[in-house]
Design a protein around this ligand. Structure first.
Ligand code: IMP
Length: 193
C-alpha cells in the first residue's frame, strides 16, 4: 500500500518507514515531485500537521499523512513546543537550539520535558489525528551522537541514556513519533483487513 508522508526530511521518512514495515510503501514529497515548502502557519502542533496533510491532499489528490513534533519543557511554559525547529532563530542548527535550551534551564531544578507528536492522516477524504508522547528530562550537557534535533539532551524516564545514545530501533519503540506512528499503523491495518 502506498501513502504519502508529507515531509522533505529523509531521516524522518526512514525512521517511520522502519516502523511501518513492508506492508506500506511511503512516498516522500520528492517522490511525488512536490518541491515547494508547505506552509505551517498554525500555533499548534495539530494545526500544522493538518495544514500539511490538507495541502498535499488538495493539490495531489493522494491519501497522505503529515506530522508535527515539539519538545515541551515544563519550566519553560512548554516552549519550544511548536517552535522547536527554529527555536534559536531562522538559520539556527540543532546545536544552537540545544544551547539555547541548556542556557534557559541553567539553575532551574524542574527539568521535566516531553516530546509530543501529532500525526494528521487524510484517508479516503476523512481526517484522523494520532498523538504520541514521551516524558523525560533535559540533562545538563549533550550526550551521544545518534538521532537528531534535541536527542543529545533528552533522557526518557526510566532510562539513564539520552535518545542520542540509543539504537534507532529502541528509540522508535518508545518515542513520541514511534507511538503516534504505531497508532497510525493500527488504524491503517484495520482499513485493509
Ligand atoms: P518536526 O515537526 O518533526 O519537523 O520537528 C520539529 C523539530 O522538533 C525538529 O526540527 C527537531 O528540532 C525537533 N524534533 C522532532 N523530533 C525529534 C526527535 O525525535 N528527537 C529530537 N528532536 C526532535
Amino acid at each position: 500500500m502506498q501513502l504519502v508522508f508529507a515531509t522533505h526530511n529523509r531521516h524522518k521518512l526512514d525512521e517511520v518507514q522502519s516502523i511501518l514495515g513492508t506492508d506500506f510503501k511511503l512516498l516522500s514529497l520528492s517522490d511525488i515531485h512536490c518541491v515547494e515548502d508547505i506552509p505551517e502557519t498554525s500555533d499548534t502542533l495539530e494545526g500544522n500537521a493538518l495544514e500539511k496533510a490538507r495541502y498535499v491532499h488538495a493539490k495531489y489528490g493522494l491519501d497522505c499523512f503529515a506530522d508535527d513534533t515539539g519538545l515541551e519543557i515544563k519550566s519553560l511554559n512548554n516552549r519550544p513546543g511548536v517552535y522547536s525547529a527554529r527555536y534559536a532563530g531562522e538559520s539556527c542548527n540543532f546545536d544552537d537550539n540545544m544551547n539555547k535550551v541548556l542556557q534557559e534551564l541553567q539553575g532551574v531544578s524542574d527539568r521535566s520535558a516531553r516530546f509530543r507528536t501529532l500525526v494528521a492522516l487524510i484517508w479516503k477524504g476523512k481526517e484522523h489525528i494520532f498523538e504520541g508522547i514521551i516524558e523525560g528530562n533535559i540533562i545538563s550537557s549533550k550526550k551521544g551522537g545518534e538521532g537528531f534535533g534535541y536527542d543529545p539532551i533528552f533522557q526518557p524516564n526510566t532510562y539513564d541514556i539520552t535518545f542520542a545514545e540509543m539504537e534507532m530501533s529502541e528509540k522508535n519503540r518508545i518515542s513520541h513519533r514511534g507511538l503516534a506512528t504505531a497508532k497510525l499503523v493500527d488504524f491503517l491495518k484495520k482499513q485493509i483487513l
